[in-house]
Design a protein around this ligand. Structure first.
Ligand SMILES: [Fe+2]
Ligand SMILES: [Fe+2]
Length: 308
């Protein structure tokens, strides 16, 4: 068990709150950028409203800008391989899914319950919105667990930059459709003879399974769940790619997609609105919903205690 994770509920982690604050701001930006129908037409400057809102938002949220700057400088192939190696060498904790939800909630906690949702509330709201829409049980469960990878922050992550934020592949040229892509000039891989090329270390239609995606809560949870659940491929894609906005929203990296990935893209697009837009729903009553979801967890996680 990782330091700080004891059987007693730990006190709120002050930097956990900061992580959540910045993560909420990232979501707010993605809501602006995902706006399906711009509320106004394009301005004379060629800037549509959501985009100009986004620039204004960034000015008001310097932490997000700082996070992306750091993320874009430090997510390199070398770091990625080291993070993957460390993941496979260690078991950071052993616990069930519901316990992980409570743990994440307790570690991050809420400094201001009036303005932000707790982790458990966000997870339950995502799942409940899917349930209300008659989505399959495996998808409801995916909604329930999709952010549990944020536990990584307490398992020796180097900062916020390797836990939250939009994701992208390393090992090939950084796409200009990645948010704030200008900051990649400071990433050493942007000058690497192979990593800076369009195909990089990959081949045409090699499949997204084969990409080294930037390390963060999505990639981490995907690896935890992959070998320890009965969830279908679509669920794993929803987990792994939910922050891969350059791909699922902006249409980048199509050259690496194989046939399966086109199906996965549909799944991720179906998932995304539940993540972004269920936050305004009424807060769920955790204890009332717990029996339904613990049964759902048992259905897809036959091994009750997972390695994290
Ligand atoms: Fe997330
Ligand atoms: Fe989320």
């Amino acid at each position: 068990m990782a330091p700080g994770l004891t059987s007693k509920t730990p006190p709120p982690h002050p930097s956990g709150r900061e992580l959540e604050e910045v993560s909420d701001q990232i979501d707010a930006i993605n809501i602006l950028l995902s706006s399906p129908t711009p509320t106004t037409t394009t301005t004379t400057a060629g800037d549509s409203k959501p985009k100009s809102n986004f620039r204004q938002y960034l000015t008001a949220a310097p932490q997000v800008k700082a996070l992306y700057k750091e993320q874009h400088e430090k997510q390199t192939v070398e770091y990625n391989l080291a993070a993957r190696k460390a993941f496979h060498l260690t078991v950071r904790a052993r616990m069930g899914i519901w316990e992980a939800m409570e743990k994440l909630n307790a570690l991050i906690d809420e400094s201001d319950p009036d303005t932000s949702l707790s982790q458990i509330e966000h997870l339950l709201q995502t799942a409940e919105a899917m349930r209300r829409d008659g989505k399959p049980r495996w998808m409801q469960l995916t909604g329930l667990i999709h952010d549990l990878g944020k536990l990584l922050f307490f398992f020796g992550a180097q900062g916020q930059w390797d836990v939250v934020g939009d994701t992208f592949p390393v090992g090939c040229a950084f796409d200009s459709r990645i948010i704030l892509s200008e900051s990649f000039t400071q990433n050493p891989d942007s000058k690497h003879p192979i990593y800076s090329t369009e195909m990089g270390i990959y081949t045409l239609n090699c499949g997204l399974d084969n990409l080294l995606l930037s390390w963060g809560h999505d990639e981490y949870l995907y690896h935890v769940v992959k070998g320890q659940s009965l969830l279908p491929a679509e669920a794993l894609a929803m987990i792994r790619y939910h922050s891969f906005y350059p791909w699922h929203r902006e249409g980048a990296y199509k050259r690496f997609m194989n046939e399966k990935d086109w199906q996965m893209l549909e799944a991720v697009k179906e998932f995304n609105p539940y993540d972004l837009y269920s936050k305004s729903d009424a807060p769920p009553v955790v204890e009332e919903l717990k029996p339904y979801y613990t049964e759902l967890i048992d259905e897809f996680f036959p091994k009750k205690i997972l390695d994290w």
